[in-house]
Design a binder for this molecule. Structure first.
Ligand code: HEC
Ligand code: HEC
Ligand code: HEC
Ligand code: HEC
Length: 392
């Protein structure tokens, strides 16, 4: 059989926030993807959120090309990066004695936004044009150079379908459209539009979209299977990548710990009632406190410490009490009493309640859980069975 060739592709919109720690993340992503030997990445709005200079700095360090057919300079209409690339691999189709070349044409598209505009170093603007317009311009050229057509898309599913439809109408159907937009994930059974497979694999790096392609004797896709694989602990980490990630997390942690102080621009001003901490509830609600103390909520920040993510704002939002809210958790040094998930994560800020002690205060129910128990972070969440485990 020989080894099955693997082609790694990124649908775009994968950069971190345009902040110092987001920059650290991007540097790591580019390094890691180069290490894995990605074949190409699409350019989405996130890649350009920090401006063109930054994008060029990051992409310049990549061992793989970035593609986009509909990001162009204005005036001029010149593509900002390569509209497409042709990636070649050796495959053995049924009946082949020897491996033969398969040319994979990879073209990138991002959603068209009228308001999108970035200044280029030579005083022009970078804008998007409608994807179908770019498709009409580049697809005929790419078709001649490639055996297999793959579009990477950073846009809504409906827009991706329209793009696939347009290619079909041009008589040059795309074989695969690989997309990412929010947490949207497609199912294999519903992925075909004519002869094009359109698949989405979700966000936040939680899943790996895998398309297995089986070729016929003509080296055309006879059949393909898509799966959005949850990257659970069942898949062992690569030690080299893990040490790269670890070093980046430490750098990010250092930055966050230096910046999470009172008076930081990230800290909202407290007006009126705010968070007080479970310690103050204990004396009057002893039973509730005793139950809570034994739940994982009461140790949720320890989980982040274990993962070396205890400074990552993205995680603190759900693993502490009132993070980014007035009077909520800031950092271990100045708000240790609001570490972990406490009473007030569900009952709301209760600063004045211990004095007023009114009944009917702090109504909680399923709505209290949903901001954290999202489909992405708690796929098995079910209120009645989960509530049973923390009932008080
Ligand atoms: C000094 C005592 C005291 C403290 C401290 C206190 N509570 Fe209360 N709490 C009460 C009283 C009294 C009531 C009203 C109970 C009643 O009349 O049913 C109440 C009611 C509540 C209710 C509504 C329960 C219901 O059935 O209406 C919630 C929720 C609640 N407290 C949460 C908290 C939280 C969270 C804290 C800590 C931030 C806290 N309490 C601190 C005395 C206290
Ligand atoms: C939107 C809220 C949310 C965000 C953001 C979030 N988490 Fe969580 N996390 C949860 C919930 C809810 C669970 C529990 C899931 C369950 O068991 O159903 C959880 C569970 C976990 C667990 C498993 C705990 C265990 O030991 O089994 C780890 C590890 C974890 N989170 C780490 C992180 C890290 C690291 C980040 C940031 C990159 C993060 N979380 C961001 C809500 C969130
Ligand atoms: C993960 C969310 C969550 C946390 C954390 C939590 N609670 Fe609750 N609490 C709820 C929900 C949901 C209810 C049920 C409301 C109902 O049954 O209508 C409730 C009910 C209560 C009640 C009313 C009980 C009754 O008999 O009506 C009190 C009092 C209370 N909680 C206090 C606390 C205190 C004190 C803490 C912290 C030590 C705490 N809760 C932590 C979600 C939470
Ligand atoms: C502020 C965010 C937040 C809220 C609100 C919240 N949870 Fe959680 N919950 C988490 C996180 C994070 C974890 C995982 C903690 C860990 O292991 O580090 C978790 C874990 C749990 C677990 C244990 C799951 C397991 O696999 O062991 C249960 C049960 C649970 N939550 C129930 C609830 C219920 C019920 C509510 C609403 C009444 C609720 N939670 C509200 C963040 C939250």
């Amino acid at each position: 059989m020989g080894q099955v060739p693997v082609v790694w592709l990124e649908a775009g919109d994968f950069f971190g926030d345009p902040t110092p720690t987001g920059d650290m993340q991007n540097k790591m992503l580019i390094k890691g993807m180069s290490f894995i030997r990605y074949a190409a990445a699409n350019v989405g709005p996130r890649e350009l959120a920090g401006g063109i200079d930054k994008f060029l700095k990051f992409s310049g360090a990549a061992s793989f090309p970035f593609v986009s057919a509909n990001l162009v300079t204005d005036p001029g209409g010149k593509p900002f990066v390569e509209p497409y690339v042709v990636h070649e691999i050796d495959v053995r189709a049924p009946g082949d004695d020897e491996a033969r070349r398969l040319r994979i044409g990879i073209i990138g598209f991002t959603a068209h936004k009228r308001g999108f505009l970035k200044a280029t170093p030579d005083n022009k603007n970078l804008v998007t044009i409608p994807p179908v317009e770019a498709l009409e311009r580049w697809l005929p050229k790419l078709r001649r150079k490639a055996d297999l057509l793959v579009a990477l898309v950073a846009m809504r599913y409906e827009e991706a379908l329209a793009l696939a439809q347009a290619a079909e109408e041009m008589g040059m159907p795309l074989d695969f459209v690989l997309g990412g937009m929010g947490d949207f994930v497609t199912r294999d059974e519903a992925s075909m539009l004519g002869s094009t497979k359109v698949v989405y694999s979700g966000n936040m790096g939680k899943r790996l979209g895998e398309v297995r392609v089986f070729l016929d004797a003509e080296r055309k896709p006879a059949r393909s299977v898509f799966d959005a694989i949850w990257l659970t602990k069942d898949y062992p980490g690569n030690p080299d990548l893990e040490s790269m990630v670890g070093a980046t997390l430490d750098d990010m942690g250092e930055w966050f710990s230096a910046h999470q102080t009172f008076g930081s621009p990230l800290t909202p001003v407290v007006i009126g009632s705010s968070y007080t901490g479970a310690g103050r509830c204990k004396s009057c609600h002893e039973q509730a406190f005793a139950v809570w103390e034994d739940t994982v909520h009461a140790h949720a920040l320890d989980t982040l410490v274990r993962e070396r993510q205890m400074y990552n704002p993205e995680c603190l939002l759900c693993h502490t009490t009132g993070y980014r809210k007035a009077g909520g958790y800031i950092g271990m040094s100045n708000t240790p009493q609001l570490a972990h998930i406490q009473c007030e994560s569900c009952h709301g800020a209760s600063g004045t309640h211990p004095e007023s002690r009114v009944a009917g205060f702090g109504k909680a129910g399923i709505q209290s859980c949903l901001p954290c128990h999202t489909r992405e972070n708690s796929p098995e969440f079910n209120f009645s069975s989960y509530w049973e485990r923390i009932r008080h």
